[in-house]
Design a protein around this ligand. Structure first.
Ligand code: CMP
Length: 144
């Protein structure tokens, strides 16, 4: 089933010049980029985005990290893009992530784990609408 997901290059990866590398992986896989922006996340948006982690010991440091510098927020579209992109990202803790996955190749620790991706159709819908207006998400033909 063709679906959409929210992916975000986190501040650590933007600092390390990994935006292009990460975008390239999803392009080469064959997914379609339908929205993207470089932005700095406000504290209220960070708290909303990570609301399921509110109350956990790492919540405050997660919010301060994700607001610490620009992120590259994206919407990608394609067959099973939610689960396939999570495979491409690798496990949350980069030390457990397979070599060959994005976190496995570029990350070392959980709190600097390079990329965020929606984990279900419900979170994809919620996260896309938090970060993008409807008219920022493009519809276009991609034939290859
Ligand atoms: P992400 O996929 O963005 O979703 C929640 C984030 O919390 C996760 O990636 C990690 O970057 C971050 N995090 C920090 N500490 C922990 C932890 N101990 N367990 C899980 N996630 C953590």
């Amino acid at each position: 089933m063709v679906e959409q997901t929210f992916l975000m290059v986190k501040p650590d990866a933007v600092q390390r010049n990994l935006i292009g590398e990460i975008v390239t992986r999803f392009e080469r896989k064959g997914f379609k980029l339908v929205a993207a922006k470089l932005m700095t996340i406000s504290e209220p948006l960070a708290k909303q985005h990570y609301q399921e982690h509110d109350g956990k010991p790492f919540f405050d440091s997660l919010v301060s990290f994700i607001t610490s510098g620009p992120v590259f927020a994206m919407v990608w579209e394609g067959e099973q893009v939610i689960s396939v992109s999570r495979k491409m990202m690798g496990k949350t803790n980069p030390q457990d992530a397979e070599i060959g996955s994005i976190r496995g190749d570029f990350g070392i620790v959980t709190h600097r784990n390079i990329i965020h991706g929606s984990d279900s159709p419900e979170s994809a819908e919620r996260e896309i609408s938090l970060f993008f207006e409807k008219d920022e998400i493009l519809t276009y033909e991609k034939n290859i």
